[in-house]
Ligand binder design. Sequence first.
Ligand code: MN
Length: 238
Amino acid sequence: MKRPLIGITTHPSTAGAGPADQLPAQAAYVRAIAEAGGVPVHIPLSLMEYDLAVLFDRLDGLLLSGGGDIDPALYGALPSTSLRGVDAARDRTELVLARWAATRGKPLLGICRGLQVVNVACGGTLIQDIGAEHAGALDHDGPDRPPSSLAHPVRLEAASLLARLLLQDPLETNSAHHQAIKALGRGLSVAAWSRDEIIEAVEVAGHPWGVAVQWHPERLLERSESRALFSAFIQACA
Ligand code: MN
């Protein structure tokens, strides 16, 4: 198999010349992609759109990584007081990449914030703080939980690519997000729900391989379904 090049978007603090590989969060994506047979490439947040397009064209697949909140102005909402880690360069870079990947059929895996980026790129909106806005919500945030601890199961939609790939329903997941999808973006379908009716995965309808999950499979690589998800992504990219 030709080893595909997988672009991984970066956190603001890892976007410069610093040792991104040494940061645990970014290193987990790199390891997951490499172990599944891909070659990871960090995408800087400082590129002009023309250069970003050159890089995008060379990539075989795109991984939109986890991180802080998207500026609510980008989905037509006023900011709540609970926003964390908004970064204009990251929003601009990732929304462009997500639109390109969704509309041009490049394999796309969104993780946590990456799912929210895909939704906003497709015209959707976000719950800015689940605890404040969603009555009866589970603890999706869990800042004191270890990254790899299981938090809640999700129920997969039978017709989804995820259900066909993972062959596990319900699926146990970790959870480290305080935002979630509110209005679903155009051309997306829901692939997984938590029992408090939070959307936990979406797919790009009619796309060769466009999947985004609200949990962190890269932090659960000891579980076979996490490895299966990365393997399927890399096979779609190859
Ligand atoms: Mn969750």
